[in-house]
Design a protein around this ligand. Structure first.
Ligand code: FAD
Length: 446
């Protein structure tokens, strides 16, 4: 028999249960299929599409050729499966609203030809939907989810696939598109080898994770997000490596991995929360029409050093430190009164690790309309956040060269320096005033 391995991400040979299932079902040949779907390759999906194109090129070379087609997945997957007379098409289950809908449609179309769509595993250690409250309803708050998730446990990583009887149906395969990285962006090394290397190099430091994770200047978080996003390494692999090790660092790292799983679970149960309010009560908040202030935020020229540093890091690396993601998000929503959806869309555009579940729910958390909602009235003060988490200004100076020579004590509030730095803007708003304004608007809908 033959089978089709339909890759949508997960371009990896280690710990890939769906690929193993495809190999078992296809001793006479496994088609390594990729469908270039306009929904995902449309215009404007800059950094993410560039990442995906690179990953495809790398994997294509690694396995000696992917079978790449272009078009509507429903028609294309059926066509390829029939062309090789495959009995099954294998995937890792998708849990985004679009992915789940697409797969259901492909599954129906395949069934008309007696071909089964077989979902094996997912991008998570515990698949979304698996952990529920005792009454069967989903968790809405992280801490109890985390407890249940920990108790649920995860399977041991699947052994690496060593040899696959790859099968490439005749006919032209579509070229892997070359997508230029948007100007000014430098991406980290991508691909399975790079992911595994990064993890090997970093994992010894996990014991210190708890002490350093909030310090963007120290910059010692794992940076596994881009690899997890693209599935070039599976979270199970990380968890299995940490299993049996106990320290504050390990516990705290596992908690963050579980955060990613929590948000995927939330999105799975509430697909509407990808773009709509998780807590609809806050949908009536009054926001300003986005204009110049949104531009200043995007370009890192708000006059608040930690905000500008974060936005410039995003522009340069397609990544931003978690603490700073929270600060810039709070600033957009509560100091500039711009609705979170605009910020979330900009992040999805620019992040190499842009992930619908973590991003939209990270934003909603900050905006006070998400799960566990950080109460709306807790407004981040960008100056005190800067002083607390970047005390000597290392992070700010790294990304905002205009502030390099400003003495430490002024670096997070350069407008108080005897000689304000050349070329750096004055704050575009007054934080204390905007905080009051944000609270006024909140009171109005409460
Ligand atoms: P580490 O600190 O080393 O953490 C390890 C892993 O745990 C991360 O790779 C990630 O998979 C997971 N993780 C850590 N923190 C979180 C969190 N708060 N929520 C969910 N998962 C977490 N993460 C994304 O992967 N994609 C996004 O699009 C994204 N958007 C965000 C938007 C906002 C407004 C906020 C506040 C957070 C967002 N995050 C997002 C979460 C977090 O900022 C990143 O996962 C983290 O900065 C990635 O760096 P790291 O791999 O070095 O993290």
């Amino acid at each position: 028999g033959t089978s089709v391995m339909w890759f949508r991400a997960d371009l990896r040979l280690h710990d890939n249960p769906a690929l193993r299932a495809a190999v078992e079902a296809g001793p006479d040949g496994v088609v390594p299929l990729v469908v270039l779907d306009d929904h995902l390759w449309g215009p404007g999906a800059g950094v993410r599409t560039a990442c995906f194109a690179r990953l495809l090129a790398e994997f294509d070379e690694r396995i000696g050729g992917l079978h790449v087609v272009h078009g509507d997945p429903v028609a294309e997957v059926v066509r390829v499966a029939r062309a090789v007379d495959a009995g099954t098409v294998h995937v890792a289950a998708a849990h985004t609203p679009y992915g789940a809908r697409r797969d259901a449609a492909v599954e129906r179309a395949l069934a008309d030809h007696d071909v089964a769509l077989v979902r094996t595993g997912s991008a998570y250690a515990v698949s979304p939907g698996r952990v529920t409250k005792p009454d069967g309803t989903p968790y809405r708050v992280y801490t109890p989810f985390h407890r249940a998730w920990s108790a649920h446990g995860w399977r041991a990583p699947a052994p690496a696939v060593r040899s696959v009887p790859w099968l490439r149906p005749g006919g032209r395969t579509h070229r892997i598109p070359e997508v230029a990285v948007p100007e000014g962006v430098t991406l980290p090394p991508l691909g399975e080898e790079a992911a595994r290397r990064r993890w090997r190099d970093w994992k010894e430091q996990v014991t210190q994770y708890d002490d350093v994770r909030d310090l963007p200047g120290v910059d010692r978080t794992s940076r596994m997000s881009v690899h997890l996003k693209w599935g070039t390494i599976h979270p199970r692999t990380l968890l299995a490596d940490l299993d049996g090790h106990d320290s504050d660092g390990v516990r705290s790292y596992v908690r963050e991995i579980a955060f990613r799983e929590f948000y995927a679970d939330v999105l799975h149960h509430r697909p509407d929360s990808a773009h709509g309010y998780y807590n609809p009560a806050l949908a009536r908040m009054e926001y300003d029409r986005p204009g110049e202030s949104l531009d200043a935020w995007r370009t890192g020229t708000t006059g608040y050093p930690i905000v500008d540093a974060g936005m410039r890091q995003l522009a340069a690396e397609g990544w931003m430190h978690n603490r700073v993601r929270m600060i810039v998000a709070s600033f957009l929503v509560k100091d500039l009164h711009v609705e979170w959806t605009h910020g979330a869309a900009h992040f999805m555009d620019r992040l190499a690790d842009g992930d619908l579940a973590s991003n939209q729910h990270g934003w909603q958390w900050v905006a006070g309309c998400g799960t566990d909602a950080s109460p709306y009235y807790r407004v981040f003060n960008p100056t005190t956040q800067g002083k607390k988490f970047d005390p000597d200004g290392t992070y700010v100076r790294r990304w905002v060269p205009e502030l390099r020579d400003v003495p430490d004590r002024f670096v997070h509030e350069p407008w108080t320096a005897p000689t304000p730095p050349d070329g750096y803007p004055a704050p575009i708003v007054d934080h204390a005033e905007e905080r009051r304004e944000a609270l006024r608007r909140y009171e109005a809908v409460r």
